[in-house]
Design a protein around this ligand. Sequence first.
Ligand code: MF3
Ligand code: CO
Length: 258
Amino acid sequence: MIAIRSEREIDLLRAANAIVAEVHDLLSEMVRPGVTTRELDRAAESLIRERGAKPAFKGYRGYPAATCISVESEVIHGIPGKRVLHEGEIVSVDVGTVHHGYYGDAAVTLACGAVDAARLRLMDVTDLALSRAVRAARAGNFLREVSVAVESTCKAAGFGVVRDFVGHGVGTALHEEPQVLNFDSGEPGPLLRAGMVLAIEPMVNMGTHRVRVLRDGWTTVTADGKPSAHYEHSVVVREHGGEILSQGTRLRWGCRSD
Ligand code: MF3
Ligand code: CO
């Protein structure tokens, strides 16, 4: 069963996701050469708690931090720690909150200083894939259209789309039905209805789509060591396309029409 959320519930999800967006804005100012991933995580957790919310990831299946910070060949679930960021690296910041029982979840990939053209293109294509997927999150579409939007965009660019991890429904739990694949399984999947809420999260590799999990049990890295990007929005299915709940001032870079 995929929940259909009332406008009251969507307002609560919007509030939880607004905190996530605020954290992304803060960390996008903090990401620079010399900062550690632990400093970023601490700042994120402080802001989440100042807003009266809780970090949704901390303690989830034993996860030890408020954020997942994944640098370069780390795809997702990088554990913040002593790692120092260097000029030219790309850094994915995944943030979850829970506020009044409703969850916020979104991720963005940030550039540390000046990054090369290949990385910029990887980030841009992944962000474009997400924005096309959001547009496909329209009542009356099958979920497959969302997956196809991601896969077709990334494949056309020659990038590898991660298959071992997926997006998800989000609401009164961090992970709800349905699974949101970033590739076409060949099945239509569920029919989308207005009020469903999806966390759509393409994870896209410059090289092979293959990934492996490190011995810490969390950090997921590309099999070939090449960089990876990850963008995620929590999105309400509406009649004419998805409504993003986790945008914040990423509008500065987002809101694209292509
Ligand atoms: N955004 C990711 C997800 O939706 C991160 C959660 S993993 C956690 O699955 F363990 F850190 F919570
Ligand atoms: Co998620």
